[in-house]
Design a protein around this ligand. Structure first.
Ligand code: F6R
Length: 585
């Protein structure tokens, strides 16, 4: 996944584009580039690394002109090299493009263009768009006709912005996001509102299968057949202004510390939708819950709380697996899809399969403008604000709070005091000194195991995921009882083991596992509301309603992963090789 941006306005384009790219860097950060048009000349600068690094080396923001395009890349076709970075100029240098997505038939198109004399400098699928546009523009001499001809040839999922040497911009969307920011002095074409929120809160969400042509500040939106389409200007929520780090060193740290507030507000605006979801769930023959990564770990917890507290059976499904086992789904069921971004290709594919089987879709999603939102019969907003750090933190808590609200509505016997819980979490993370000290110990460790039983097992897996992403240390979640069936062989004096051990029905058995591990010389970090001599380090969690333990367990581990990343000098906001929304399969 990548971010694309186009700008036309009264301001100097390059610094405005660089700022927008910085905000959208969560979408990909292998390399970055900007191209601007000035006096009918296109100039391109690009390099490997993050926006600030590349900008301080080659001053992307010094390019001249009031019109430009920019890109941050998450490599899919071709390695992370300067040549593969966008923008890609066409052979004549009279057109440059930025692209997000995948062109499936690029090899075929590349051969066709090569036979006609075009050269390709990069390994990307994107460069064919630049040359195809050049070819079509040379034939038609018209931007509208050019884009129509171009989109009729390319197959795949994409959004691109093309800049012509006369300063015209055009952008097309097919299943990848494209949003127009309409300011008084500026027009933006962007993958995310974060690309322009500083300048305008007026947004037009371009529909898939439409394109836009922009000359100065005049624009037209058309469908791929060339018919004009009506557009609506939406006011973007001011909450996007939250996407600043403020006094925090990193977005990830800020987002971890926002969780007491998330506990109070998650699902808050969606009471009616929760009631609708509850009706669906009550009357369901079968319920499936899907997600990827962290969102799948929420699905595992959902299964446990639904069965334990309201005796409702639900089957978790890893989204990326469903296409290989669609027969596990019964027709006319309820299908709950959990996704922070609402753009994960695997989740969208799973929903497509479920819809084909006539299932009703309940979407639990943070970005309400996302593709998943449009596919749901019931939409439950996580309402946790923009999550910029690539590793999911506050969105996990928000997903669980939404699920708790569903369970609470389904049962008369459960009362959760969210205010009290939020306060206890604030207190727990008020002073991170102890966690910072443990993080120093983890700096040179090569393996961390995390043990949990019952509802604490999904937290063990989620902890492992956070540690892997943020610290690059090998980490593995293990169901406590499975220790003696194999993993015990791995325990020795070099290993650290985190024991998720709240005072619930799993407590005694898990403490026994901790002793067995300690006897093999491993260091034990206990995450518990009860202290024990078996723990070399004790991370104290509050004594609370046991349904809430998962959240109080994961938050200190998120902090531990964060501070360990700081110790290891990795970038916690942008872990290597990852992207915030994985819009490719
Ligand atoms: C983990 C993480 C990923 C995402 C996964 C699904 O920290 O961020 O595992 O949870 O890519 O993303 P969404 O929820 O946007 O579908």
């Amino acid at each position: 996944m990548c971010s694309i941006i186009g700008y036309s306005g009264n301001g100097i384009a390059a610094p405005i584009i660089v700022k927008g790219l910085k905000r959208m860097e969560y979408r990909g950060y292998d390399s970055v580039g900007v191209a601007t048009e000035s006096e009918n000349q296109i100039e391109v600068k690009k390099g490997i690394g993050k926006v600030n690094e590349v900008n301080s080396k080659i001053q992307l923001d010094s390019l001249p002109g009031n019109i430009g395009i920019g890109h941050t890349r998450w490599a899919t076709h071709g390695k992370v090299t300067e040549l593969n970075a966008h923008p890609h100029p066409s052979n004549s240098g009279k057109i440059a493009i930025v692209h997000n997505g995948i062109i499936e038939n690029f090899e075929e198109l590349k051969k066709e263009l090569e036979n006609e004399g075009y050269n390709f400098k990069s390994e990307t699928d994107s460069e064919i768009i630049a040359n195809l546009i050049q070819k079509n523009y040379e034939i038609t001499k018209d931007v509208k006709e050019t884009i129509m001809k171009t989109v009729s040839k390319i197959k795949g999922h994409y959004a691109f912005v093309a800049m012509f040497e006369n300063g015209q911009l055009a952008a097309a969307r097919f299943h990848e996001p494209l949003i127009v920011g309409v300011g008084q002095e500026n027009i933006f074409l962007s993958s995310d509102v974060l690309g322009f929120i500083e300048y305008t809160d007026n947004a037009i969400y371009i529909k898939s299968g439409n394109f836009i042509i922009l000359e100065n500040k005049e624009f037209q939106i058309l469908d791929f057949e060339g018919k004009k389409v009506k557009h609506e200007i939406t006011k973007v929520s001011k909450e996007f202004g939250d996407a600043y780090k403020g006094d925090y060193a990193h977005f990830t740290l800020k987002e971890i510390y926002e969780q007491p507030d998330v506990i109070l507000r998650a699902g808050e605006t969606t009471i009616e939708e929760i009631e609708k979801a509850v009706e669906y769930i009550k009357n369901a023959k079968n319920i499936y819950i899907t997600g990827s990564g962290t969102s799948y770990n929420s699905a595992l917890i959902a299964k446990q709380i639904l069965s334990k507290y309201v005796k409702i059976k639900a089957e978790p499904i890893i989204s990326s697996e469903l296409q290989f086992t669609p027969e596990v789904i019964e027709e006319n069921s309820i299908f709950i899809a959990i996704s922070q971004s609402g753009e994960s290709a695997d989740v969208l594919e799973a929903v497509r399969i479920a819809k084909k089987l006539n299932c009703k879709i309940i979407s639990i999603v943070n970005l309400l403008t996302s593709s998943l939102t449009r596919k749901g019969d019931v939409i439950l907003g996580m309402n946790c604000g923009p999550e910029i750090g690539v590793a999911a933190t506050k969105s996990f808590t928000a997903q669980l709070i939404v699920l708790y609200k569903i369970v609470q509505k389904l049962s008369e016997n459960i009362t959760i005091n969210f205010e009290e819980f939020s306060e206890s979490i604030s207190k727990m993370i008020e002073n991170p000194k102890k966690i910072q000290k443990i993080a120093k110990e983890l700096k040179n460790v090569s393996d961390i195991y995390i043990l949990g039983r019952g509802i604490n097992y999904p937290i063990a897996i989620e902890s492992a995921l956070k540690l892997k992403e943020l610290t690059y240390i090998h980490a593995e979640g293990i169901p406590g009882g499975e220790l003696k069936h194999g993993p015990l062989a791995l325990m020795d004096t070099d290993v650290f083991v985190i024991i998720i051990n709240p005072n619930d029905s799993t407590y005694t058995d898990t403490l026994t596992s901790a002793r067995e591990i300690k006897a093999r010389g491993a260091k034990i970090i206990g995450v518990s509301d009860i202290e024990s001599d078996v723990y070399d380090y004790w991370i104290e969690i509050p004594k609370i309603n046991e349904i809430l333990y998962p959240i109080s367990e994961i938050i200190p581990i998120q902090l531990l992963a964060y501070y360990s990343a700081i110790e290891k000098d990795t970038d916690p906001d942008y872990p290597r090789n990852l992207a915030k929304s994985v819009t490719v399969k």
